[in-house]
Design a protein around this ligand. Structure first.
Ligand SMILES: Nc1ncnc2c1ncn2[C@@H]1O[C@H](COP(=O)(O)OP(=O)(O)OP(=O)(O)O)[C@@H](O)[C@H]1O
Length: 256
């Protein structure tokens, strides 16, 4: 169980203090796929980054299985909790082959059978073994994101934190990556937290959603309730309306 209790996060900037996250509380059950949705700047990435130990907690607590998480995270934590970022090009080392990229976490964590694990990780994300000896610039955006997902999955985590994992990709490739993530969620019983500005993307993967606006959670609901327009907040209605527009323009497979 992941529990976020009254979480507040602020950043000092040259233009003053930015209160990025204000008193956010939510829980994510083991095996659940949970979505954090909201417009740019609403604080959703900061919540995810705080869970990963990448953003400073100012108030409140974060808990994993009843244990309060401190400011630093142990290697054991990162074997359980892995993160995938929006831009796979930026998140992969440009001078590492895919083989090196996938081998690195195995070496850091002292795991054995590197070659077998790398072969399996590539197969699990639908890439041929020959891709091992390519560099990131020799791959398409979708293939790079598959590598980033393979790198996250190679440690066999229980929890995957996904920060806009498809928004840098073409719509057709987005659907492929979302299908891959859904398959991993279902076959591994993974807990997932997905951050997206797009309710349709969240609706494809997640059972429950928190809607964020200006650092606060303004709506916490089952995706079915949102689909049925049973929502309390105007902002959620506006997001739904935007999703309708998105559906009409793409006739996509993952319409909410
Ligand atoms: N490291 C940082 N230093 C200063 N301000 C930050 C930092 N990280 C985030 N912020 C600010 O915190 C607020 C929330 O940002 P956050 O990235 O969490 O929003 P978001 O909803 O994920 O939006 P986006 O999808 O655009 O990333 C924004 O005002 C942002 O400018």
């Amino acid at each position: 169980m992941i529990a976020i209790n009254d979480l507040s996060i602020s950043f000092r900037t040259p233009r003053g203090v930015v209160d990025a996250v204000k008193h956010v509380s939510l829980q994510v059950a083991p095996g659940e796929a949970f979505g954090l949705v909201g417009e740019s700047g609403s604080g959703k990435s900061t919540v995810l980054r705080a869970l990963a130990g990448l953003a400073p907690v100012v108030g409140g607590t974060l808990e994993l299985d009843g244990q309060v998480l401190g400011n630093t995270r142990s290697p054991a934590f990162y074997r359980q909790v892995q993160m995938v970022f929006q831009d796979p090009y930026a998140s992969l080392h440009p001078r590492f082959t895919i083989d090196q990229t996938l081998r690195e976490p195995l070496v850091i964590n002292g795991l054995d059978s590197h070659d077998a694990r790398i072969a399996k990780a590539l197969k699990d994300v639908g890439l041929p073994d020959t891709f091992r000896y390519r560099y990131p610039h020799q791959l398409s955006g979708g293939q790079r994101q598959r590598v980033a997902i393979a790198r996250a999955m190679i440690l066999e985590p229980r929890i995957l934190l996904l920060d806009e994992p498809t928004s840098a990709l073409d719509v057709s490739v987005q659907a492929e990556i979302l299908n891959l993530l859904r398959g991993l969620h279902q076959s591994r019983g993974l807990t997932m937290i997905l951050v997206s500005h797009n309710l349709a993307v969240v609706g494809f993967l997640c059972q429950r959603v928190a809607v964020m606006q200006r650092g606060e959670v303004v709506e916490l609901a089952d995706i079915d309730a949102i689909r049925a327009q049973r929502v309390n907040h105007d902002y959620t209605r506006r997001l739904l309306a935007a999703t309708e527009g998105y559906r009409r323009t793409t006739s996509d497979a993952f319409a909410i």
